[in-house]
Design a protein around this ligand. Structure first.
Ligand code: ADP
Length: 346
């Protein structure tokens, strides 16, 4: 049974509407005056003004499902109703109200209510399964990390202590390498499961964030003989840890996926657009085949030849989408690629 809350100051109208609602539809009844929940609200302007706070509370409690408001306005007042009232109303009916018209409008609003409830339900299911997945990934990675640390430690100890036959040595070194690889994979998975958790947006100076990323990669930059150039960059409002992850991944990749014998040249630029900032990280590396530009952001999508895990760009996409932006890659003019991401201005 659905309930309609009547906020009608005009006594005669309130009684009439109440009786109509009782008679109108078996599935809809008037809510008690003090009801804390309702599926829709029917109000005249005075009733709305008196109970605006209550309507707001009701809607906040039901959000993201919507509680529609049908406003009843005397014909001669319709032109004088202010925007502050209109903006709350989902529909307006002019009084004197005809029963048939009221029924049509109520049916339409109830359908709207049902659609919004279904959408809210899907949203909460999605939220729940997202949280479950996140917790699962975190727990699985966490539980794997401890035994693996023990395995890696044991291998290190044997390698360090015993004089081993060449064949055993080779096998153990392979095991050591694979254990290290698995450790970084688990660390990446943990980072992925944590992206977006508890990271509040705040003012972030992109310039200093890029400087940090450069410092953190100083050894790799030096080893590759790379040049990193940075254009002027703004202060943006975003979750800092996530932006940090994105920048260090993109710069790290630009260093990793260069061309043999060609020192990497990396250029970071920021461009202001009407609604967002566009940040680009361009390199002169091996580039990305046109049929791969869409799927390299998928989890575990990686170069067959590389020794990465294919998580970095999935992490970047998740982090940027959490900021309300998007990320993509384009070919650079002659060689290499340009990774771009947008960050909405807030
Ligand atoms: P990983 O580097 O661990 O493989 P990523 O998700 O960071 O995982 O990258 C996925 C794949 O995208 C890489 O394996 C590589 O093939 C490709 N890639 C990423 N960045 C670049 C780049 N700057 N230039 C060329 N290829 C790249």
């Amino acid at each position: 049974m659905r309930r309609a809350l009547l906020l009608i100051e005009h006594t005669r109208n309130r009684e009439l509407l109440h009786d109509w609602l009782v008679a109108l539809d078996d599935d809809l009844a008037p809510a008690e005056e003090g009801a804390v929940s309702a599926d829709l609200v029917v109000a005249d302007v005075a009733g709305f003004r008196r109970a605006r706070g209550r309507l707001r509370e009701l809607r906040a409690r039901e959000a993201p499902a919507h509680v529609p408001l049908l406003l009843v306005v005397p014909d001669e007042q319709a032109a004088r109703v202010r925007n502050e009232v209109w903006q709350y109303a989902d529909d307006v009916v002019t009084a004197p109200v005809r029963q048939g018209e009221l029924r049509l409008r109520l049916e339409r609003l109830l359908a709207q209510r049902a659609r919004s409830q279904a959408a809210a339900h899907r949203l909460s299911e999605l939220d729940r399964s997202n949280t479950d997945l996140q917790q699962f990934a975190y727990a699985a990675a966490h539980e794997l990390a401890n035994p693996l640390t023990a395995v890696a430690g044991a291998i290190d100890t044997v390698l360090g202590r015993d004089r081993l036959a060449a064949a055993s040595l080779e096998l153990l070194e392979t095991a050591q390498k694979q254990a290290r690889r698995m450790q970084t994979l688990i660390a990446d998975l943990l980072a992925f499961s944590k992206v977006g958790v508890n990271a509040k947006p705040r003012a972030v100076d992109l310039d200093s964030l890029i400087r940090d990323a450069r410092d953190a990669l100083a050894v790799q930059i030096e080893e590759a003989g790379a040049v990193v150039e940075v254009g002027p960059c703004p202060v943006v409002v975003a979750a800092e840890p996530q932006l940090r992850l994105v920048l260090s991944n993109l710069v790290g990749n630009a260093l990793k996926y260069g061309r043999p014998g060609v020192p990497p040249r990396i250029r970071i630029d920021c461009e202001e657009r009407e609604r967002d900032w566009l940040v680009s990280v361009a390199d002169n590396g091996r580039g990305i085949a046109p049929d791969e530009v869409d799927n390299i952001f998928d989890m575990f999508s990686r170069a067959a030849s590389g020794d990465g895990h294919g998580i970095g760009l999935a992490l970047c996409r998740r982090a940027i989408e959490r900021q309300g932006g998007s990320i993509w890659v384009e070919p650079n003019e002659e060689h290499g690629s340009v990774f771009r991401f947008s960050l909405p201005k807030r």
